[in-house]
Write a protein that binds this ligand. Sequence first.
Ligand SMILES: Cc1cc2nc3c(=O)[nH]c(=O)nc-3n(C[C@H](O)[C@H](O)[C@H](O)COP(=O)(O)O)c2cc1C
Length: 374
Amino acid sequence: MTDQPISPLLTEAKLGRYTLPHRFVMAPLTRLRATNPEDAVGALHATYYAQRATAALIISEATHISPQGKGYPGAPGIYSEAQIAGWKQVTDAVHAAGSLIFAQLWHVGRIAHSSVQPGGALPVAPSAIRPEGQARTYDGKRDFETPRALETEELPGIVEQYRHAARSALKAGFDGVEIHAANGYLLDQFLKDGTNKRTDAYGGSVENRARLTLEVVDAVIAVWGADRVGIRLSPSGKMHMAVDGDPERNFIYVARELGKRGLAYLHVVEPSNPYGDPFDRDVDPQVIRRAFGGTYIANGGYGLDKARAEATITSGEAEFIAFGRPYIANPDLPRRLTEGLPLAETDQDTVYSDGPEGYSDYPIYEESRLAETG
Ligand SMILES: Cc1cc2nc3c(=O)[nH]c(=O)nc-3n(C[C@H](O)[C@H](O)[C@H](O)COP(=O)(O)O)c2cc1C
């Protein structure tokens, strides 16, 4: 018998107030299956997430914090009683399956269309700059509109939306929350100077552009305690045309400020991420990790390369790895990756469709092998 060395991905580590048994985190994945007038999840989502409780920590799909924060038909919310009740089914199922789940808190800002906004209002943003491309609506894709720039007096109301959603997540039985400040949505729009042309205290200098995000972080910490709050950033990301002229300087400041607050973790969508719009390698994520100084979750393409994922843990460049796309078709991803078993392919046609197909019907490895051999 030969002793296989244990994968560094299977060693325990601390994340905020929790000690997790291994290093696999499920990255947030929008799947647009909350297709009901309440924007609520339910039994189907509970099944899907419980299947993926093989992750030591699940980060939920992005959940809009208010009707104004919504940009995608079929995305779930986290502000109403019906939504809280739906998420309670999910958190109960994940806990029964032995894992933890954080809610990702989302305000899309300008990445919306007036037809999905309350009262048909224009989407809001730091500045009235129209993104190129198209929004998802109930009638298919429509060109983005020029958003309405938020008044300074409205910004406390945005912070309040996050506070309310954070409280709702607590009631729904989540184990923590992740503030979505990545991928070109509202907080990222404020952080980056390509989307933020404001002349008030929330625009201009790096400090001003970070102000709203830090106010949101402080409000959410007041609800949860810092050791149950994480944040997601995409310093190098250009998704949804949120770009910055000096992202390294900007995000070093943001990461330092976040580090002072003792958050449970910083989660970075790294430039190697081959998903979506092109990413430049203009910010070394390790610089951002060091500026933060706490627990770091690396994300972006790690499911394609087990050796890279393991080396990232062994070298101390990350405490955890978040896997996104591989989790869609591989509910048992940790086992498949660490044992060198083949990964199942995602059916692209059902990523954003409705119902169980291509969602909760991907089998674990043994089942798929049995199915093949009849
Ligand atoms: C179908 C799909 C949905 C996604 N939804 C979200 C989301 O809701 N929130 C978020 O922060 N990132 C989202 N992402 C980005 C992923 O979390 C992750 O950053 C990206 O897929 C790169 O990681 P990977 O190479 O492990 O897939 C999504 C990606 C995909 C493919």
